[in-house]
Write a protein that binds this ligand. Structure first.
Ligand code: PEP
Ligand code: MG
Length: 902
């Protein structure tokens, strides 16, 4: 809210000038980022042109009054304007000595280029003559006037800027002029007359000559630009609330286009691409700020070094005095703000003016380097350095990325299911993907949805694209585990795998066509996109070390294969929080035995299949134990969504029938019996082991025999954590615990080796969360809880994981939700269930180990919540491990800073 003035009234306007300011950097809410920083620079006595900022409260009042400016503000503005005039020896609207101002937007968060700006305000048919006399440069004066008319006509009066451009272009063509700089005073006078006529024609009234009217019009238009479509889109993409509003800053004009000792430019105090301590920026001699942005002329580098061979053209050489002062100011601002700055400046007749400073946008690589360097120089603490990195941004470093600076041909959008980018030939079948991969070709596997048979195809592909499925659907989870980029749920694509075609709107793509996908944004492009390779710098390692020292929670990984496990260790995982044993069965060579096991009609048939699977599982577990070298490993008993394993195609059904010695019709009848309407809520998890304990026996035997072998081989003690999935009742847990204990004992007897172990459970059904005390109670209760927030979200919301995508996008549109609850935990609902589960579990077993292994284990916001409720660890897919390490560190630090930590 506005600060009361000394007489108790609201204060609408805050003035600043070098050495004196009514605001400061901490007032961005009221003055916007630009206004607050200008005030701050003024306080530091830096050379900022004097001005004032009209607060965001006025913006609120303006919209509340139906786009009308409050009268009380107008009086304050006129007083402030007189103040500026006194400082620069000019008066607003004065014919002899006119004060000219810029009117610029500035919201709390920077929204570069999204709202409007008007320069040279205060010029009219009389004051332009005054400006010409004062500067002795009538060409400059009339050029400034036409620029003002053009900007004002466009922004305030709504006359299409194309109309002005046409007039100028025609004039240049008719008179044989190539560049704007060729036009003299007379030419500009003619153009001004044409501009004014265009405004009268299009707007229906003459261009305003009253400078006060100009000012109110400009201020209202800049406030109004808060609601223009591009600003709205930008806010939506960057989570900036619509009700913040913008401030407006009015400032005395300084001119970079007053001749060869004038210039205008933009600078970053460090290189925003790699973070090196190099001044990075460009300038245009004899130009106004908009010329740099508009790209009409090619700007020159600021430094000799940046200019290379053309060092003569650098600001450092061309204007050494201004450059020297600029470098000093960069130092001062970096030290003052303790961050890399992005600065706009103007040199007017040799004198340097600073027009803006703000924290500069940077790549992740640069963000890491700058944070680590600032901490090393003692400018910020390590905690601050850690807090400055947006964890999700680390993705940029772990995968190749599509070059944001290049042009691309967008054909569809889906969910950003697994980060990274890839280009390759379209392929519609996994077999084809493998065959082409073997020939060294890059392929993108495109499927309506994926099934276990596709895992080899997914592995062979450089990227995966599906028309159906959400962020936690099979394709997404598997792709993330593999580190393959994946776009899922691109619902506008029509895929016909048999015909080998993919339709995107009116365009048709066929096998072999090249496309690119960006799994970090969900975008799909035609053709080969330009990529930037992944790179892990030394500063990445340093930042990760610091994060590890700071965090309380452990970070484990979800890994089912040796490759995942190795990758996760490279990324710093401290164990496996979830090994989905059903994923171990996806491979072509194993899936037949799994199908036999599922489709067998009797125990004998099932046992035969299990006997085939035992050595395979044992070997897999052994390798995982070896790779994890003594780190904890949670192995979950089979939790197969049955529909993913049933043989559907004739060829597959025939194979299974032959293996089981069944005739095909009976096999098909059996498959039909096993079909479920709602497989995700069907015969899954512990339900399978309770019906067929021999399956659990086989798995537990494989785990313990593997543990014995690995321990012998490596000398590292192994302590498996056996996990029961999908329970809702204590009794379910008891039944399976008994099978686990009995099998572990049997292996102990046979081998003579005691393997210590824990038996715990997933908490992934609301009933399990509510009954957590009962489930954990006593020595035979669960030794640990691992929250399965994927299923917990599905079951708490009654929203199928596999069918959620179109519903959620509709809900996002209608603002029922603000984020996908399968990506970022629904804290009030599902989060509360997790908290209840933890609290109730601890009420009977205070030291029960608690973790989370749903996809939320790699999401920063969710991780902050898990820190707050005191989980012991999070577990996420290998490529999210660094993100989780940093997020966990930030969560610990924030908790400490908020005073919540004990
Ligand atoms: C979960 O439900 O959160 C979980 C980790 O298990 P899955 O995704 O395998 O169902
Ligand atoms: Mg689950």
């Amino acid at each position: 809210m506005a600060q009361p003035d000394t007489d108790g009234k609201r204060k609408w306007v805050y003035a600043f000038s070098p050495g004196a300011a009514e605001g400061g950097a901490d007032m961005a809410e009221l003055l916007g980022g630009k206004g607050a920083n200008l005030a701050e620079m003024a306080r530091l006595a830096l050379p900022v042109p004097p001005g004032f900022t009209i607060t965001t409260d006025v913006c609120d009042a303006f919209f509340a009054a139906g786009n009308t400016l409050p009268e009380a503000m107008k009086a304050e503005v006129m007083r402030a304007l007189d103040g500026i005039g006194e400082m620069v020896d000019a008066r607003f609207g004065d014919e002899k000595c006119p004060l000219l101002v810029s009117v610029r937007s500035g919201s709390r968060a920077s929204m570069p280029g999204m709202m409007d700006t008007i320069l040279n305000l205060g010029l009219n048919d009389q004051t332009v003559e005054g400006l010409a006399r004062l500067t002795g440069d009538s060409r400059f004066a009339f050029d400034s006037y036409r620029r003002f008319i053009q900007m004002y006509g466009d922004v305030v009066l709504g006359v299409d800027h194309g109309a002005f451009e046409d007039i100028l272009e025609n004039f240049k063509n008719l008179n044989g002029f190539a560049a704007d700089t060729d036009l003299d005073e007379e030419s500009w006078r003619e153009i001004i007359a044409d501009y004014k006529a265009a405004i009268e024609r299009e707007y229906g009234a003459p261009f305003p000559q009253d400078t006060n009217e100009q000012l109110w019009g400009a201020i209202a238009a800049v406030f109004g630009s808060w609601h223009n479509p591009r600003a709205k889109t930008y806010r939506r993409l960057h989570d900036i609330p619509d009700d913040w509003g913008t401030a407006v800053t009015v400032q005395a004009m300084v001119f970079g286009n007053l001749g060869d000792n004038s210039a205008t430019g933009v600078a970053f105090t460090r290189n925003p691409s790699n973070g090196e301590k190099d001044i990075f920026g460009e300038y245009l001699p004899n130009a106004q700020g908009e010329d740099v942005v508009a790209g009409i002329r090619t700007p020159q580098p600021l430094t000799r070094k940046g200019a290379g061979e053309a060092s003569e053209s650098s600001l450092e050489v061309a204007m050494p005095h201004a450059f020297g002062e600029l470098v000093q100011i960069f130092e001062q601002l970096e030290h003052h703000y303790r961050d890399m700055q992005d600065i706009e400046f103007t040199v007017q007749l040799g004198k340097l003016w600073i027009l803006q400073t703000r924290a500069g946008k940077r790549t992740t690589e640069a963000a890491l380097k700058i944070a680590v360097d600032f901490a090393a120089d003692g400018l910020i603490s390590r905690d601050e350095a850690i807090l400055r990195i947006e964890p999700a941004q680390l993705d940029q470093l772990l995968h190749p990325a599509i070059d944001p600076g290049a042009e691309h041909d967008l054909i569809a959008r889906g969910l950003p299911a697994s980060p990274g980018a890839a280009s390759g030939e379209l392929v519609f079948h996994s077999e084809m993907a493998e065959a082409l991969k073997a020939k060294g070709r890059d392929v993108i596997l495109v499927r309506s949805e994926t099934s276990p048979e596709d895992v080899h195809g997914m592995h062979a592909a450089v990227g995966i694209l599906t028309a159906r499925g959400g962020m936690t659907s099979h394709a997404a989870v598997v792709a993330r585990g593999m580190g393959r980029p994946c776009v899922s749920g691109a619902g506008t694509l029509r895929i016909d795998a048999n015909a080998g075609t993919m339709r995107a709107g009116a365009r048709m793509f066929k096998s072999g066509d090249i496309i690119s996908i960006d799994g970090s944004t969900g975008r799909v492009y035609a053709g080969k996109a330009k990529m930037l390779p992944p790179s892990l710098s030394g500063t990445f390692g340093t930042m990760m070390e610091w994060a590890d020292e700071a965090r309380r929670m452990k970070v484990r990984t979800n890994a089912d294969t040796p490759r995942d496990a190795k990758q996760a260790r490279i990324f710093g995982a401290e164990g496996i929080g979830l090994c989905r044993t059903e994923h171990m069965f996806f491979e072509e060579s194993r899936i037949l035995a799994v199908r036999e096991m599922i489709c067998a009609e009797d125990q004998e048939g099932r046992q035969q299949a299990l006997d085939k699977l035992l050595p395979v599982q044992r070997a897999d577990f052994e390798e995982l134990f070896e790779i994890m070298a003594g780190l904890p490993i949670t192995i979950r008993l089979l939790d197969p969504p049955l529909h993913e394993f049933l043989p559907h195609e004739d060829r597959e059904a025939a194979q299974v029938a032959a293996a089981l010695g069944m005739d095909l019709v009976r096999l098909k009848t059996r498959v039909a019996e096993l079909e479920e309407f709602n497989p995700m809520l069907g015969f899954r998890g512990c339900r399978l082991g309770i019906k067929y304990p021999e399956i659990t026996r086989m798995q537990v035997r494989a785990i313990f025999e593997a543990a014995v072998n690995a321990q012998k081989k490596t000398g590292n003690a192994v302590r498996p954590e056996v996990m029961v999935p999908f329970i809702g009742y204590r009794r379910e847990f008891d039944i399976l615990r008994a099978v686990i204990v009995e099998t572990a004992e049997a292996v102990k007897k046979e081998t003579g080796i005691t393997i210590p172990y824990d038996v715990g459970t997933m908490i992934e059904l609301p009933r399990a969360a509510l009954l957590a005390a009962e489930i954990a109670d006593g020595e035979l209760g669960a030794d640990f809880f691992s929250f399965g927030t994927n299923d917990l979200t599905q079951t708490a919301l009654g929203l199928s994981r596999d069918d959620a995508a179109p519903i959620l996008s509709n809900y996002l549109e209608h603002e029922v939700i603000t984020t996908d609850p399968f990506v970022s935990l629904d804290l009030p609902g599902v989060g509360e269930l997790v908290k209840i589960g933890v609290d109730r579990g601890r009420s009977v077993k205070p030291d029960i180990k608690t973790g989370i292994c749903g996809e939320h284990g790699g999401d920063s916001k969710s991780i902050a919540f898990f820190e707050d409720i005191g989980l012991d660890y999070v577990s996420c897919s290998p490529f999210r491990v660094p993100i989780a390490r940093l997020s966990a560190a930030q969560a610990t630090i924030r908790r400490r800073l908020s005073g919540k930590a004990s």
